[in-house]
Design a protein around this ligand. Sequence first.
Ligand SMILES: *Cc1c(COP(=O)(O)O)cnc(C)c1O
Length: 418
Amino acid sequence: MRCVSTRGTESGSLSDAIATGLARDGGLFLPESLPRVEVQGATLVDRAVSLLQPLFEGDALAPQLRAICTGAFSFPAPTRWLSPDTGLLELFHGPTAAFKDFGARFLAEAMARMPRAKETTVLVATSGDTGAAVAAAFHQRPGFRVVILYPDGRVSQRQAHQLGAFGDNVRAFRVAGAFDDCQRLVKEAFSSPLRDQHALVSANSISLGRLLPQMAYYAHAALEARAAGRAPISFVVPTGNLGNAVACLMARAMGGPIAHVVLATNANRVLPDFLSTGAYAARPSVATLANAMDVGAPSNVERLRALFPEVAKAVRADWVDDATIRSRITATFEAFGEPICPHTACGVEVLARLRAKGERGDFVVAATAHPAKFETIVEPLIGRPVPAPPSLAELLARPSHAEAMPATFAGLAAALGR
Ligand SMILES: *Cc1c(COP(=O)(O)O)cnc(C)c1O
């Protein structure tokens, strides 16, 4: 299928869109239509292949779709029902314990199957989770190296350790600046001669290669629920750049048995305000406990508006402050014995408010990260340790090394040349 930019002046094959990242007209790529699919199969991989097949039709990667999905979805996405009508979709069983593993691994599996002339550099700015997921996905892949920029002192200790623990073809740079500086440097690099010189590719959250695979676990969870005799379930999706949530809406648009989709943000409330006023206004981000959602200008808003011109009919949204994130983590542990991460807590809180207003039906909250990644927040609240899952524990046990980098273009050029 062809892909078109949200700004309408650029189109290309799906492979092109995955390889390019941001369209040259500044827009974001979307498939030109979303066909309805009767998803076949019983496993996550089979369902992913069945759902994505029509989008890959005619593309050079089409014959490899099953291999790409098999490589990418090598860990499960189970729904854990906490009560008869409320579940958590556990998206944290991948190597870096957050949902971004799904998209990053799919992107890596797809890119590894595209023709490339020389060694490719995946350049990524991260505020925490993205960098680790991308590093894990490309680690030790021949023909690729990964350069990670993160703001020195502004990611959690475990996140920093994780970023520096890969080694081999992965280099981590701690930048003397904020996340916005890291992102600005990456953008500058892409519009400079460094792009060709180092064959730079991007792996940020606007990449279609990260968005599309995220549809698969929503379809899978919805079909598992249907197979268990449930009416179409609804999802609450903790949201920052809106990638995970747009994927859920796209899965519904393609026929997934999904009733409602509700966004949950932290105090960065641009999206709830947009939906309640109809006026979209980006704002500077503020730091919260759910730091992977500290986004003041969600990049996928452009996709949301292109896909659903009547946005408020497609989706609802609410926001949660830090004090309530804390109390919801505690309350969820007390009620269900379940430790949840601060991002997931936003979703669980938003659902609790809907229930208080009488909302019925089966709801599943996307659990976007393992609570052990945010142990300094979660452990004091629940009064007990949260053991790291094996893959995370393994990374944390490795030595870790990051190189210092000034927040300047010259600094990045030097880092890329090292
Ligand atoms: C990235 C991230 C989010 C936000 O996802 P978007 O696709 O940017 O909306 C939420 N929770 C966690 C743990 C994340 O890493």
